[in-house]
Write a protein that binds this ligand. Structure first.
Ligand SMILES: C[S@@+](CC[C@H](N)C(=O)[O-])C[C@H]1O[C@@H](n2cnc3c(N)ncnc32)[C@H](O)[C@@H]1O
Length: 448
C-alpha cells in the first residue's frame, strides 16, 4: 500500500478525535509515532489538525452554505473542513493543490460519487471568495463567535465581561501561533550570555519584557539544543514566569508548591532561591512525579522534594507551615486556547462551575499551611472571573486572618504594574496584552 501523505494522516487524526472524543495532541502523537513521515510533513500534519480544529466554527459556517441540510458522513465532512482550512488559511498551499488532494483522498476512501461532491463543493467555494466575509444573522456576540471561531456561550460571557472590542482581541490572539519562550537558569548562566550563545548558533533570541529571566526565540527547536539538555534553560510561557515573581521566595525559605507537575514553576522558585532552602512539590498524579524529578536534575536543583497526594488532604500530613505556599490551580485553561484549541470546544459552563468549587476548596485547605506573616499565591491559566477574582474575594471575605497583599505590584515587572487591580493584590493578563498566555495571579498574606 502506498505511504499516506500529510493530508491523509491529518484526516485520520481529525476522525479519531471526533470518534473517540479525545484530545488532538494525544491522537497526533499516537498517529505520528506510528507513521514514517519526514519532520516537515509531521509539521504540516500538526498545522492542519490544529488549524482545522481552531477554525472549526468559521469553516462549518462556510461549509453549511454549500452543503445545506444534506447529510454528510463524518470523514467526508472532516475532509471538506480540512480542505477549506488550507484554502482560506494556508497561503503556501495553492488552492488547486488542496482541491486535487481532497478529491484523490475521497476517491481512495469512498467512491467516485463522493469525490465529485467534494470537488463540486470546494470549487464552488473557490468561485465565491466573498463567502469568507459573510456574517451569520444575529447579534455581535454570535458574529464574533463565527468569525473568530469560538463557542458562542464563551464569547457571550466575554462580551459581558470585557466588551466587544476586547473580546475580539482575545479571540484573535487565541488564533495566533504562540511564541516560543524560555527561562534562563541563572544558576548556570546569565541571560545576556545565553542570548549571545543562542544567536551564535543561528537562533534569533530577544530578551522578554515580561520576565527578567525570559527570552523569546524565533525558530529553532528549543528543546533540541545542547543548552537545553545541559540545563541552561526551561521552556516556559512568559506570563507563567510572573507567578514565581509573585511568590517572591528567598533563599533558605520553606516553600510548598501544592499542584506542581510538571514542575515549571517549582523549578523557577528553586532558581529564585539559588537552590537554598526547601521546596515540597506536590501533585495528585503519581505518573507526573518523574517530570519534576527529571527537570530538577537537568537544571542542577537539589532542594525540591516531590510528594504525591491530593492537595485537599495536605493539612493532615503533618508537613508543618510554610513561608510561601503556591496554589497553581487546575483550571479550565481558557488562557491557553492558542496552544490547546480543543479546549474551547470541550469545556462547558458546568465545567467552569465545578472547577471553581474545587479551586475554592483547595485554597481553603492550603491556607492552613501558611505560616503567620507568610504568603499564599493563587494562580490559574484562565481568564474566567468565576475561577479567579471571585475565588480570591470570597476567600478573603471568609478568612479574616488573610489579607490581599497590596505589595504584589512591586514584585511584578514595570509593564504589568498598571494592570494590577486597585487592591494591588491581583492581576489578570489577557492573551492579547503581550501575546502570551492568559494568566491570573493573586497574592494573599497571613496576618503575622
Ligand atoms: C496548572 S497545572 C500545574 C502546572 C505546574 N504548576 C507547572 O507550572 O508546571 C495543575 C496541576 O494540578 C494537579 N492537580 C489537579 N488536582 C489536584 C489535586 N486535587 N491535588 C493536587 N494536585 C492536583 C494536576 O495534576 C496538574 O499537574
Amino acid at each position: 500500500m502506498a505511504k499516506k501523505g500529510a493530508r491523509d494522516i491529518a484526516l485520520d487524526v481529525l476522525n479519531r478525535v471526533e470518534e473517540h472524543k479525545s484530545y488532538s495532541n494525544l491522537e497526533l502523537r499516537n498517529v505520528l509515532d506510528r507513521s514514517e513521515i519526514s519532520a516537515a510533513d509531521a509539521g504540516l500534519v500538526t498545522e492542519l489538525v490544529y488549524g482545522t480544529i481552531q477554525r472549526r466554527l468559521t469553516l462549518d459556517f462556510v461549509l453549511s452554505q454549500f452543503v445545506g441540510g444534506k447529510k454528510v458522513q463524518t470523514w467526508v465532512r472532516n475532509l471538506l473542513l480540512l480542505s477549506l482550512y488550507q484554502i482560506r488559511f494556508l497561503d503556501r498551499i495553492p488552492e488547486r493543490a488542496a482541491v486535487h488532494e481532497a478529491v484523490e483522498i475521497a476517491k481512495r476512501r469512498g467512491h467516485q460519487g463522493i469525490a465529485s461532491m467534494v470537488n463540486g463543493v470546494l470549487r464552488n467555494v473557490l468561485r465565491q471568495p466573498d463567502v469568507w466575509e459573510r456574517l451569520p444573522k444575529g447579534d455581535a456576540a454570535g458574529q464574533i463567535a463565527v468569525t473568530h471561531s469560538h463557542p458562542e456561550w464563551l464569547v457571550r460571557q466575554w462580551v459581558k465581561l470585557y466588551g466587544e472590542d476586547e473580546t475580539k482581541a482575545i479571540c484573535e490572539a487565541n488564533n495566533r501561533a504562540p511564541h516560543t519562550s524560555i527561562r534562563v537558569n541563572p544558576m548556570k548562566i546569565t541571560k545576556d550570555e545565553l542570548v549571545t550563545n543562542l544567536r551564535e548558533e543561528g537562533i534569533d533570541a530577544q530578551a522578554s519584557v515580561l520576565s527578567d529571566q525570559g527570552i523569546l526565540l524565533d525558530g529553532g527547536h528549543a528543546a533540541g539544543t545542547r543548552w537545553f539538555k545541559e540545563g541552561y534553560y526551561t521552556l516556559q510561557d512568559e506570563s507563567s514566569m510572573l507567578v514565581a515573581s509573585a511568590v517572591a521566595p528567598e533563599p533558605g525559605m520553606r516553600v510548598l508548591d501544592a499542584c506542581a507537575a510538571p514542575g515549571g514553576k517549582t523549578t523557577h522558585l528553586a532558581e529564585k532561591m539559588d537552590n537554598r532552602g526547601a521546596i515540597i512539590a506536590n501533585d495528585v498524579h503519581p505518573h507526573k512525579r518523574d517530570l519534576i524529578v527529571s527537570a530538577s536534575k537537568r537544571l542542577g536543583i537539589s532542594i525540591i522534594e516531590p510528594i504525591i497526594g491530593d492537595a485537599l488532604d495536605l493539612p493532615e500530613k503533618g508537613l508543618g507551615t510554610f513561608d510561601r505556599v503556591l496554589l497553581d490551580a487546575p483550571c479550565t485553561g481558557f488562557g491557553v486556547i492558542r496552544r490547546k484549541p480543543d479546549l474551547k470546544w470541550n469545556k462547558t459552563p458546568e465545567d467552569v462551575r465545578s472547577i471553581a468549587q474545587l479551586q475554592y476548596q483547595l485554597l481553603v485547605s492550603l491556607s492552613e499551611l501558611v505560616a503567620p506573616g507568610g504568603t499564599l499565591v493563587y494562580s490559574t491559566c484562565t481568564i474566567e472571573p468565576m475561577e479567579n477574582q471571585d475565588i480570591v474575594r470570597r476567600f478573603v471575605d471568609k478568612h479574616p486572618d488573610f489579607v490581599l497583599d497590596a505589595t504584589l505590584r512591586d514584585d511584578l515587572p514595570e509593564v504589568v504594574r498598571d494592570m494590577v487591580d486597585e487592591s494591588g493584590a491581583y492581576v489578570q493578563i489577557l492573551p492579547h496584552h503581550f501575546d502570551s498566555d492568559g494568566f491570573f495571579i493573586a497574592r494573599l498574606r497571613r496576618k503575622g
